[in-house]
Design a binder for this molecule. Structure first.
Ligand code: WTA
Length: 630
């Protein structure tokens, strides 16, 4: 694989990757352990859509993430686990220990009836067992579906049933800052509506009092006791399913994105090495939760396949104080730090003394992911955390893309505040105008699509290929539509401007407005709801709900609290509306469609330029909403 060491190298490698993509990716893939080499690098048709990479290739991703490092790195730390509570001991898990633990969990799964192809739901806190569980599934060819442990029982039900999970891995509870959260009762509630789940394996962690249901629930420590630390990896086809991960959609139902073994392995590892320019021996820390794609690709699979030392952090940035991230960087001498703009913005608000108390000289590269980073946050991060010496890789990508697509390459290509800059080798973006024509020049703005396959793209939505086609391949036939808007400036730098559909990104978490609306509608006092996003100075976007009640509420504050609790119960605390405005009607067109454009503008505080409201059935409602805006 050709190393990229300068901007001109990048240009050359990029051009080659576009001119001969199959040759390019075959060379990258040579660096991995395959049980059988592929017969064909790529087969694709974006109209069906169907994409296959490394066709006929056989492998096991865990052999690449673990076994192949045992020769020379058995005693190197694979995972540094930093607990929630800084007074507790952190763990240094070597590649050998990782091997043994993963094999034990794999054997535990087998003993509990998990076979190749079965779906396993992982609902665990940020503890090493979550990483073991993911890798153990991959080892035996079971498909993991990790559900972020902040989701409620309702969200868990949808995800378990949609994927047809047979087994759930969970713990009694989790720790977050000062809070102890009981997870098992959430699972218990969910499982009342999940008839397909036959087994729950419970990791004892917080010692919370929980109930165990005979026959269904077993303790992890009992089940793992006599398992062997050896488990032969299952030989998988490159196109076999590796995992399902849910992401929010424009309609209420979450989409189970399907990723496959070969392409995902090659791409997550290649992009990890390329973007961060990871050097052997360095310590790399990505602060994401393992329940999101960033945790999958850039805490677990990418770094481990690259033989890196990856930090897994259980805690939160604000506890015991706002200096926690910086203390962890100093403690573990972190060289590469990858976090989300929402975290940067909240830490930027804290006194600088928190930053200055820690020695951050180990840092070489900073990363950002999950939402557009505003210039102010970019400069603060660059200056105060990176001492103006660390490049910021602003990485644009999605659950659907499996890996980073547009990003600077650390210390190699140019950076520009608030720009994701250039596509990585092998990535072919196209900016489209609203009529569906590609904008070829620079200095343009439009919708971001990708016109050629890359190895880690999602292959389908689990159980709903039609929806996959409609969501991603129908707006611009023959191209993958990202749902994002973007600019390409005069010099060809890309800047992602945000979603152009009904998905909002709150503190880096994707949410469908429809999903939040239907949660609010479950409150018996509520007749109809419209949810939009609005700019929020820490979260990026906040949730603004316009709510019509059957009767004018007696006590608005009380009802607001109840509505927030309802959303928390149905989806999870991350989706709670920041602002709830009670209205007597919504601006609707004669065909009954809510004019969200108007609601968005009002939520943004833009009361004047509301555009044409003449097609509304009741234009007067706009004034009422404007006057009551929060
Ligand atoms: C947004 C997270 C601007 C974007 C990896 C995308 C970004 C959605 C960036 C996917 C970035 C992610 N700059 N926007 N660097 N990274 N996004 O699936 O709108 O949780 O479509 O994947 O986040 O979010 P997801």
């Amino acid at each position: 694989m050709k190393k990229i060491t300068s901007q001109s190298d990048y240009q050359q490698v990029y051009n080659e990757s576009v001119e001969q993509p199959e040759k390019f990716w075959a060379e990258v893939a040579e660096d991995f352990v395959w049980r059988k080499k592929w017969d064909k690098v790529l087969e694709w048709d974006f109209h069906k859509p169907e994409v296959k990479w490394f066709v006929g290739g056989k492998l096991n991703i865990t052999e690449n993430c673990i076994d192949r490092h045992l020769k020379d790195k058995a005693n190197q730390t694979a995972i540094i686990w930093e607990p929630n509570d800084p007074t507790k001991t952190s763990l240094h898990i070597t590649y050998q220990q990782l091997h043994d633990e993963v094999c034990k969990v794999a054997n535990m799964l087998k003993n509990n009836g998990v076979n190749q192809g079965d779906r396993v739901c992982i609902y665990l806190p940020m503890i090493p067992e979550a990483a073991y569980a993911i890798l153990a599934c991959a080892r035996i060819g079971a498909v993991h579906s990790v559900v972020f442990a902040g989701f409620s029982s309702g969200s868990l039900v949808d995800r378990i049933n949609d994927a047809g999970c047979k087994v759930v891995l969970t713990s009694d509870g989790s720790l977050r800052g000062e809070k102890k959260i009981d997870l098992k009762p959430i699972v218990d509630e969910a499982l009342q509506n999940c008839p397909g789940v036959v087994k729950t394996i419970v990791f004892k962690y917080t010692n919370s009092k929980i109930s165990m249901q005979a026959a269904r629930d077993v303790w992890w420590h009992d089940e793992i006791k006599n398992t062997k630390p050896v488990c032969e990896p299952e030989v998988m086809d490159a196109e076999d399913m590796l995992f399902i991960l849910y992401t929010s959609g424009s309609t209420g139902k979450p989409k189970g994105m399907v990723h496959t073994c070969g392409g995902y392995m090659v791409y997550s590892t290649y992009t990890f090495q390329t973007v961060f320019q990871y050097q052997q021996g360095q310590v790399y820390w990505c602060t994401a939760d393992i329940g999101w794609i960033t945790g999958h690709s850039y805490i677990v699979y990418g770094p481990l396949a690259a033989g890196a030392t990856t930090v897994m952090f259980e805690g939160i940035p604000s506890w015991p104080d706002m200096g926690r991230f910086w203390q962890v960087i100093e403690k573990h001498k972190v060289n590469i730090f990858y976090t989300a703009p929402t975290a940067i913005r909240s830490l930027e608000k804290a006194p600088l003394s928190f930053v200055h108390q820690a020695d951050l000289h180990s840092l070489k590269v900073l990363g950002s992911v999950g939402e557009p980073i505003n210039e102010e946050a970019w400069h603060w991060y660059h200056e105060h955390i990176g001492r103006s010496q660390c490049p910021i890789v602003d990485t644009w990508w999605q659950t659907e893309t499996g890996g980073i697509m547009i990003s600077p390459i650390a210390h190699v290509t140019k950076v520009k505040a608030a720009f994701a800059t250039f596509p990585l080798p092998g990535v072919q973006p196209a900016v489209m105008d609203e009529k569906g024509a590609e904008l070829f020049l620079n200095g343009v703005e439009g919708r971001l699509t990708i016109k050629f396959p890359w190895p880690s793209m999602a292959r389908t939505i689990y159980g709903d290929h039609q929806r996959f086609k409609e969501t991603y391949f129908s707006t611009f036939p023959g191209k993958y539509f990202t749902g994002d808007g973007c600019k390409r400036d005069e010099e060809g730098f890309y800047r992602i401007t945000g979603r152009v559909d009904d998905i909002i990104i709150v503190s880096g978490h994707n949410m469908g407005t429809a999903e939040i609306e239907s949660a609010i509608d479950e409150h018996t006092a509520v007749c109809e709801t419209a949810v939009v996003g609005y700019p929020h100075n820490i979260k990026g976007q906040g949730v603004y709900a316009y709510v019509i009640c059957y009767e004018a509420p007696q006590d608005e504050e009380k009802l607001r609290t109840e509505i927030r609790e309802m959303v928390s119960k149905v989806i999870g605390p991350i989706a709670k509306p920041d602002k709830i405005q009670f209205v007597s009607g919504l601006p609707k067109t004669r065909s009954g469609k809510i004019m969200r454009r108007i609601l968005r503008k009002i939520a943004e505080g833009e009361m004047n330029n509301l555009g044409d409201t003449s097609t509304l059935t009741d234009p007067a409602i706009v004034d009422e909403i404007k006057n009551g805006a929060l």
